[in-house]
Design a protein around this ligand. Structure first.
Ligand code: F6R
Length: 610
């Protein structure tokens, strides 16, 4: 939650810091602040609101200098006030700190520091860090003071720290919150994510937990909390800076929805060879192990959890492996039953979700093999797990996840084929059909996007409704959950997803002529006829049916108010096509309501706190 950025350069940095912060705003946007060093003094500007709003009042670009830090906040400790906005400083205004994470023992540390005479002005946990370093500076050099202070802190942090008396240096540190270092020419950066500084450099160092970095314009020194120096690899990132821009779309969310044909094509690229699925070397799991797995446990949060539910359906139906799906936040506090024949999978777009990381760490304690499915190269879960399959969605900036979700489904589908082949649960002919099916998906997605005008019509008619229900069955039940989540997140309309038949056990009471009911009803051999029955039940009670149906289905349009068609595909793959109209519906409704679609209230793109 919160974004942090910092630059130390031989040149003026104000635009770079401002742009970096603007790229990070998806992480938090209730308040914003920046600090520069001028003549061994801090110049700080901050305020409540989004970057542009505060900028209009304080003009961040008037700040000048060669070293600075910036922060956009998603509040955890302390209300949304100017005082609580970052950066935070010590008593003498000589140490300035921006922070993402939660200091769990801040209250004990604060009491102790107050006893020693420190004066606090905010309710944040972050302010403690500035005072704690100040306290340690009494008897130590700057680097040691930072190290000693961080050794006393419990909890998560990504930090940018400036010292007015060391104006050529930018300090950074991380523990369980994301932070990367960008290595430029005569300038270096810190940031919460890679895309925010991609216009300036693609050379990235990943800071590990409990590491501290000291950046000057031409050097990066890294050591751990015991003072042991670290030699770190510089990674060249191949995402382009343009990929992290809106490219003419009104919002990132819309751009990312429209990018899905490309994102899926990239995710499949070179992974299908004839009728084999081949993952890159980071997959790292041996065929012998994959043949003997007796169970798969998948953990994730939010939209990634919905992808896991679709994955369960694929893995059980086609690879015949019992699969359990858990919320990472629940799994981490249980004593799970895991053995050597369990494959543990963590799914995360960002790779930095605190609960997913914690669940993965918990699983590792049991010695099980772990695999992550992730979109962000080098992120925390990819470094902790034994193997990785990357989705290749490219940077996802819109807070509501779209292309990351469909690429997760594509990866789960490929993994299912790989396992089904190895375990001989599908014959060559069936595998060939599956492969032909996924190969068609990018083009088919394009044709779904071409129906956007129909979806826009629905948005026009129903954007003022206060509630809605999403129904689906089998592989499309998680898609009903995902459609409802998308609508809630960006339009703040109450929406619930149910397995279509379960509706009779309660939710049907909600249906009247004011209730839009989105029914995902592709043609299949499993439950199609049953879903038709469910549509009749809604219709009989006056509900407004918006159906997602397979091309050329003539039954559904007769029973529904609106029908959005998707191309014919395999049942398991219908989930990838069916979710796209639901993403568009949520987007258009939120846009019609005039909401800031890319920055929905109360949300943050990456939930790096528990
Ligand atoms: C919903 C959404 C969230 C994330 C969840 C997990 O649109 O974006 O529900 O899916 O916070 O995030 P990752 O996948 O980064 O672990």
């Amino acid at each position: 939650m919160c974004g942090i950025v910092g630059v130390v350069s031989s040149k003026e940095i104000n635009e770079k810091l401002f742009n970096g912060l603007s790229n990070l705003e998806y992480r938090g946007y209730d308040s914003v602040g920046m600090c520069f060093i001028n003549n061994k003094n801090f110049k700080i500007k901050k305020g409540v609101g989004k970057l542009e709003e505060v900028h209009k009042k304080v003009n961040f670009l008037r700040l000048q200098g060669n070293v600075g830090i910036g922060h956009c906040r998603w509040s955890t400790h302390g209300g949304v006030t100017k005082k609580n906005a970052h950066p935070h400083v010590d008593c003498k205004n000589k140490i300035s700190v921006v922070h993402n994470g939660i200091i769990e023992n801040y209250s004990e540390l604060k009491d102790e520091l107050i006893r020693q005479g420190h004066k606090f002005y905010s309710q944040t946990d972050t302010e403690v860090i500035a005072h704690l370093i100040e306290d340690n500076l009494k008897d130590s050099r700057i680097e040691d003071a930072v190290k000693l202070a961080l050794n006393k802190i419990e909890g998560s942090y990504a930090l940018g720290i400036l010292f007015a008396d060391a104006p050529e240096k930018l300090f950074a540190a991380r523990n369980e919150s994301p932070l990367i270092i960008g290595v430029g020419g005569n300038e270096n950066f810190i940031a919460s994510d890679v895309p925010s500084i991609l216009s300036y450099t693609n050379k990235i160092i990943y800071l590990e937990d409990k590491e501290i970095a000291v950046l000057t314009k031409d050097k990066v020194k890294i050591f751990d909390l015991n003072g042991v120096n670290k030699n770190k690899k510089i990674h060249a990132i191949n995402w382009s800076a343009e990929a992290a821009q809106k490219s003419g779309y009104k919002h990132f969310m819309l751009k990312e929805i429209y990018e899905q044909p490309r994102a899926i094509a990239d995710t499949l690229n070179e992974r299908i060879r004839n009728s084999d699925v081949v993952f890159e070397k980071e997959f790292n799991l041996k065929n012998d192990f994959l043949r003997k797995i007796s169970r798969i446990v998948v953990v994730a949060c939010g939209t990634s959890w919905h992808a896991a539910l679709v994955g369960k359906f694929m893995l059980e139906e086609l690879a015949k492996i019992p699969t359990e799906v858990e919320y990472a936040s629940e799994f981490r506090y249980r004593h799970p039953l895991l053995d050597n024949n369990t494959l543990f999978i963590a799914i995360s777009q960002s790779g930095e979700t605190a609960d997913t990381i914690a669940a993965l760490k918990e699983a590792k304690k049991y010695g099980v093999k772990t695999l992550s499915i992730c979109n962000v190269m080098g992120s925390s879960i990819t470094r902790i797990s034994d193997g990785v399959i990357y989705t290749r969605a490219g940077p996802e900036i819109g807070v509501a996840s779209t292309k990351a979700f469909t690429t997760q489904l594509a990866v789960l589908y490929l993994l299912t084929i790989l396992l089904a082949k190895l375990r001989k649960t599908l014959n060559e002919k069936q595998v060939k059909v599956m492969i032909e099916g996924i190969r068609k998906i990018p083009l088919q997605l394009q044709s779904v996007l071409d129906e956007d005008y129909e979806i826009l019509k629905c948005a026009d008619l129903y954007y003022h409704k206060l509630n809605s229900i999403y129904l689906g069955r089998g592989v499309n039940f998680p898609i009903a959950l995902e459609g409802a989540l998308k609508l809630k997140e960006v339009s703040y309309i109450h929406a619930e997803g149910y397995p279509a038949a379960e509706m009779k056990h309660g939710p049907i009471a909600l249906i009247d002529k004011n209730m839009p009911v989105v029914v995902i009803a592709p043609h299949d051999i499993y439950t199609y006829k049953k879903v038709l029955g469910n549509i009749e039940e809604v219709k009989a009670r006056g509900g407004i049916i918006i159906a997602i149906a397979t091309d050329n289905d003539d039954n559904i349009p007769k029973k529904s108010k609106h029908t959005i068609f998707i191309p014919k595909t395999l049942y398991t793959l219908s989930s990838i096509l069916a979710v796209v109209p639901l993403q568009l519906l949520a987007y258009h409704i939120a846009d019609k309501l005039g909401y800031d679609v890319d920055k929905p209230r109360n949300l943050s793109k990456t939930v790096t706190v528990e």
